[in-house]
Design a protein around this ligand. Structure first.
Ligand code: HPA
Length: 277
């Protein structure tokens, strides 16, 4: 773990050198969401490949770039693309980007993902604000020696997903008539989609949506004291015996269609942050 924190710190220093001071808020955009058309003022960007120590993604649908700039006076970082456990990366590499961004000094982190809807209230194209998660990956980024200067050995997860940020998202989505629900996100290892029987199991466990990211990054960011929000873009209904077969292309295509709502919502969130300061 000691060596891992050195890597995190050296990325944070590199970001400070190349992109300047830490942004007020970082937004991680996953599968199919990377085309979000954010207009940033004073934009600076850097591709993952040019950041020493930053893991590089192999899955299609993920470009790898950091964009930093202002939206109405608020400094925003967009992380376009992430790496996943299912690509074969160890858990510390999956969470290294978010740790580096928080170590840089960012206090607010919004994690987005594409997810399969389990709760019938959810429909493809809707947003789900994550209230809580089930970490079913079988991993935890905090395993190993703890550095008490970074966070607690046994961090509380009662409010892992910030009530404050969620309230702002609800307020803005309601104001803009963007369809959303709140719910529990189940994070699985993947990369195979769930079987119908697994989807039944997840429903009984209390999951409203299912995906293959976010939970480990959220745990790592909460451990370091960041405020975390999670937004799932419901790209499909999770597998059922009589439902359609799932394809990554369809997931990306629907996620892409939600991007417009997601972008408007995230821009509105930055406006709220500005007023809250
Ligand atoms: N299952 C798991 N991950 C997903 C899904 C799904 O149905 N859709 C998008 N990501």
């Amino acid at each position: 773990m000691h060596g891992e924190w050195q890597k995190v710190d050296s990325i944070a220093e590199f970001l400070l050198k190349t992109l300047g001071s830490a942004p007020d808020i970082a937004m991680v955009l996953g599968s199919g969401l990377k085309d979000a058309a954010f207009g940033l003022e004073n934009e600076k960007s850097i591709s993952f490949a040019d950041i020493p120590g930053w893991p590089r993604s192999t899955v299609t649908g993920h470009s790898g770039v950091l964009r930093k700039g202002r939206i109405g006076g608020v400094e925003v970082l967009l992380q376009l693309g992430r790496v996943h456990l299912y690509e074969g990366y160890p858990v510390e590499e999956v969470v290294r980007p978010v740790r580096s961004i928080v170590a840089w000094g960012t206090r607010n982190v919004v994690m987005t993902n594409a997810a399969g809807g389990i709760n019938p209230w959810l429909k493809p194209g809707m947003l789900m604000f994550i209230e809580d998660h089930l970490n079913l990956t079988g991993r935890n980024p905090l395993v190993g020696a703890n550095d008490d200067a970074r966070g607690q050995r046994f961090p509380d997860m009662t409010d892992a997903y910030s009530r404050n940020l969620r309230a702002l998202l609800v307020e803005e989505a309601s104001r803009m008539d963007i369809p959303f629900k709140m719910g529990v996100y189940a994070g699985l290892l993947g990369p195979s989609y769930e079987t119908p029987a697994e989807v039944v199991m997840l429903r009984r466990l209390g999951a409203d949506a299912v995906g293959m990211s976010t939970v480990l990054e959220a745990i790592a960011a909460v451990h370091m004291g960041a405020e975390v929000a999670g937004i799932s873009c419901i790209s499909n209904m999770a597998a059922t015996y009589d439902g359609p077969k799932l394809s990554h292309d369809d997931v990306k295509e629907t996620a892409g269609r939600v991007t417009e709502h997601l972008t408007r919502l995230l821009v509105a969130l930055t406006g709220k942050l500005r007023r809250a300061r």
